[in-house]
Ligand binder design. Structure first.
Ligand SMILES: [Zn+2]
Ligand SMILES: [Zn+2]
Length: 304
């Protein structure tokens, strides 16, 4: 697959003393270069996805790597690893650069306590995971992505954390408590969530916690169509990413169970949960749950 457009995903947990100033600088350079995407900045670091032409992306990476922590720079970003995918030119409609309290929201009040620079799972890369699988090492893969991301693709035999949103992190341990004394590997899209999620498991008393460095995307790139089946959900207009044309579709429509990778939303406006809904079922209102279908009915219509 060749493309004149490129999408890069990147993050770094590092103390940023002036997130608002850094937001301003990021906005300025992205506008100067002319790239779109979404970048979140907090005192704990940066997390972003941007798209541009290959030349524009090179320019962005060069400017980021020049931020080396010396005087007048916002921190050391000279070692940020940019994970690259072919773009479409329409992954983002605009540029959003925002200052937040966290670069991935855990919803934990004491979120400052899960600082990946202090506590995080041991990193293993795609090659190490491949050898674990091939050698039959005993371990459990815990997928730290949201349930709808898991639904469209996942590692064979892996366990969904069951989160609807990463802010549900504090609710997961009861589900996964059986693995407390086992070797656990956390996985997510490109790694940013596992830096925190693996640290959180360690804090909750899990004994032997690893995280997949570079995430599922790096594994799929290296071993397309192996061990991880289906598509990788991504948070831009592409919705999903594939690394081989011969991949197996694992997503199923929540209503009719036919294989599908088409996303829709729960029809209850206050829920709007993402669901796999096939083209044929998409013509009618689909609800994620019985309570949602009743909520809909209990709301008086505007005319009454
Ligand atoms: Zn259907
Ligand atoms: Zn719902």
């Amino acid at each position: 697959m060749t493309s004149e457009f490129e999408i890069i995903i990147f993050y770094k947990y590092t103390f940023i003393a002036d997130p608002v100033g850094f937001v301003r600088w990021q906005k300025k350079i992205c506008e100067e270069i002319g790239i779109f995407g979404r970048i979140l900045i907090a005192q704990e670091g940066i997390n972003g996805t941007v798209e541009g032409t290959v030349e524009q992306i090179q320019d962005y990476e060069r400017r980021m790597h020049a931020q080396d922590g010396s005087r007048g720079t916002f921190g050391n970003f000279s070692d940020v690893w940019f994970k690259s995918s072919p773009g479409t030119g329409k992954a983002f409609k605009k540029l959003k650069v925002k200052a937040r309290s966290e670069i991935v929201s855990t919803g934990l009040l004491q979120h400052a306590d899960i600082d990946p620079n202090k506590v995080t799972g041991s990193h293993i890369d795609a090659e190490e995971l491949k050898s674990w699988i091939d050698q039959g090492v005993e371990f459990e893969i815990v997928d730290m992505r949201n349930d709808y991301e898991f639904a469209v693709g996942h590692f064979t035999g892996s366990h969904s954390s069951g989160m609807r949103n990463f802010r549900d992190l504090q609710k997961i341990t009861s589900t996964l408590v059986a693995f407390k004394n086992k070797k656990v590997l956390t996985v997510c899209t490109y790694g940013v969530r596992c830096e925190k999620a693996s640290g959180y498991l360690l804090q909750q008393g899990f004994k032997d916690v690893y995280q997949l460095h570079g995430g599922i995307g790096s594994y799929m790139k290296k071993y397309p169509g192996q061990d991880f089946h289906g598509s990788l959900y991504v948070f831009d207009e592409r919705m999903t990413e594939q690394f081989t044309p011969n991949y197996t579709v694992v997503g199923v429509c929540v209503r009719c169970q036919t294989k599908s990778e088409r996303f829709g939303n729960c029809a209850w406006s206050e829920c709007h949960k993402q669901l796999i809904i096939c083209e044929a079922c998409g013509v009618q209102n689909i609800f994620c749950s019985t309570p949602c279908s009743f909520s809909k009915k209990s709301v008086p219509s505007i005319d009454s």
